[in-house]
Design a binder for this molecule. Structure first.
Ligand SMILES: O=C(O)c1cc(=O)[nH]c(=O)n1[C@@H]1O[C@H](COP(=O)(O)O)[C@@H](O)[C@H]1O
Length: 235
């Protein structure tokens, strides 16, 4: 059991800026960060991302994964959005993570520098699905391997499932920012998520942040759903 403060990030996964704004307002008292990702950015565009992010802390989840030069340049292209957090895929390799980190350090002022988070193994993959990609040995071993690579090359934190949190804390201590999607309140549908845990379990296992989308945005009352999850994080 830790005395860690675990924050709630709400994933506003929609193509519709009006819907995203409605959800953002509903969850504002309970979530300190909103996450906008590929669905929203591709459909609504980056001007809409900027409008929604104004006055809010933004987790810009673009999961960059390309050659180092391209990823570095892409990170440098995101300054006007003033994100608080950015994602890249750790599986892009050491040089790619290092390029992202260098570009983040060069392009952003110290005061507005976003956290660079490296996605390890997607929470939608179980060991069998991961093995299909050629990675044997299971998700936990691969998360630890990619975590070492990412942290050594300048990432501030990791996106992982809550199942790997205790192993990551044992290996890398308290300083990496650990962000866990694949969170489901007890009884909620897992959907396409495979490595899931409840908000309370993730907090106790060492999460700094949990990411929750559909259990909030798909609820009849998103504000109440967010409030219940926030309460579980502090109980
Ligand atoms: O980087 C992420 O945020 C992410 C990584 C990961 O391994 N798994 C994962 O689900 N996510 C994101 O977290 C959110 C989870 O949404 P729900 O499954 O609806 O709660 C989605 O926006 C995903 O894109």
């Amino acid at each position: 059991m830790t005395d860690r403060q675990t924050g709630l990030i709400v994933a506003l996964d929609t193509r519709d800026p009006t819907q995203a704004e409605r959800w953002a307002q509903a969850v504002t008292p309970h979530a300190s960060v909103i996450k906008l990702g590929l669905e929203f950015a591709y459909a609504a565009g980056f001007d809409a991302v900027a409008r929604l992010a104004a006055g809010r802390a933004l987790f810009l989840d673009l999961k960059l994964h390309d050659i180092p030069n391209t990823v570095g340049a892409a990170v440098g292209s995101l300054t006007s959005l003033k994100p608080a957090m950015l994602t890249i895929h750790a599986s892009g390799g050491s040089a790619m993570v290092a390029a992202a980190s260098a570009a983040r350090n060069d392009a952003f002022d110290t005061a507005t520098r976003p956290l660079l988070l490296a996605v390890t193994v997607l929470t939608s993959l179980d060991d069998a699905a991961l093995a299909e990609t050629g990675v044997a040995g299971g998700a936990r071993a691969q998360v630890l391997r990619l975590a070492e690579l990412a942290l050594r090359n300048g990432a501030d934190g990791l996106v992982c499932s809550a199942h790997e949190l205790e192993a990551l804390r044992r290996e890398f201590g308290e300083s990496p920012v650990l962000v866990t999607p694949g969170i489901r309140p007890a009884g909620a549908a897992a959907g396409d998520q495979k490595r899931v845990m409840t908000p309370g379990e993730a907090r106790r296992a060492g999460a700094d942040w949990i990411v929750v989308g559909r259990p909030i945005t798909g609820a009849d009352d998103p504000a109440a759903a967010a409030a219940a999850i926030a309460a579980e994080l502090t109980s």
